[in-house]
Design a protein around this ligand. Structure first.
Ligand SMILES: [Zn+2]
Length: 282
């Protein structure tokens, strides 16, 4: 079973980069990649790529830091329509982001950004419910301490209140502590680990103690021009290094980790995962 990168944004790279990235991912044993949209337009781009590349599948959603105000009826209708597309396998990326530079942006209508984010997250979970789409969500705290932040309590409350656990999904780019991870699992979600696992010892300790059947792997790849050396940009091929690290932490072979995490992701995708399975088993 090959690896599944459950969350990337390679629709945002220069189109000319795509073939090379996909070839390098395939060489690293990555059989499929879910490309997540951050706006309605960007979600359309994800679907467009997924229609043209058999190893790509799409997520649709509006990222909390990309909101320009409350979601409009037109946005919700567009998300509803896109959610029906056969290459769309998750609602992503949506969530809660309490970083100061996000919450402190100015607004004309007097509403707080935190409220707007919460409403948009709830509305997108409703779309996901209507179409049976798992929710792969984003949570970012105002500071580095996941136990002291304000975003996780809001995200978990919205997920619980909207019964999102019934459709499942994953906490993407998870960097929280063990107690937060347990709350994510209890709410009905997987924990998605990315490259921070390679350098954060506290995250390695969390990864050592999570049930192995609740972990999925991702890269969150997006263009990183701030890294001058192009070879250092995160790409879907790096799902392999995350799997290798997890194998080392858990005393498993990388093949076992690939098998387990891909099966976990397929069970998360439920009915939407059949075409993904075909790619991973090739
Ligand atoms: Zn992302």
């Amino acid at each position: 079973m090959r690896l599944l990168d459950v969350h990337a944004h390679i629709q945002q790279h220069e189109p000319g980069e795509l073939e090379g990235m996909l070839a390098r991912a395939a060489d690293a044993g990555v059989g499929a990649i879910i490309v997540a949209g951050v706006t309605v337009e960007d979600s359309r781009r994800c679907i467009d790529l997924a229609e043209r590349h058999p190893s790509l599948f799409a997520g649709v959603g509006v990222h909390p830091t990309d909101l320009t105000g409350p979601l409009t009826q037109a946005d919700l209708t567009a998300l509803d329509e896109m959610a029906e597309h056969p290459r769309v396998v998750v609602m992503s990326e949506a969530g809660i982001d309490h970083q100061p530079h996000v919450l402190e942006r100015s607004r004309a209508d007097g509403r707080e950004w935190a409220d707007i984010q919460e409403e948009a997250f709830r509305q997108q979970i409703e779309v996901a419910h209507r179409h049976g789409l798992p929710v792969v969500f984003h949570v970012r705290e105002p500071g580095d301490d996941p136990a002291a932040g304000s975003a996780w309590p809001v995200a978990l409350r919205v997920l619980r209140e909207s019964s999102a656990g019934d459709i499942g999904g994953a906490a993407h780019y998870f960097q929280g502590d063990l107690s937060t991870a347990r709350k994510v699992l209890d709410a009905g979600f997987m924990v998605s680990l990315a490259r921070p696992l390679l350098r954060l010892s506290r995250l390695q300790e969390v990864a050592a103690r999570l049930p192995i059947d609740r972990i999925v792997i991702e890269t969150d790849s997006y263009p990183q021009p701030f890294k001058k050396d192009r070879a250092k940009w995160t790409e879907p091929r790096h799902a392999l290094s995350v799997a290798e690290k997890l194998a080392e932490i858990r005393g498993l072979t990388v093949e076992m980790v690939a098998e387990r995490t891909s099966e976990n992701a397929l069970s998360m995708l439920r009915g939407r995962g059949e075409q993904v399975r075909a790619m991973l088993e090739q």
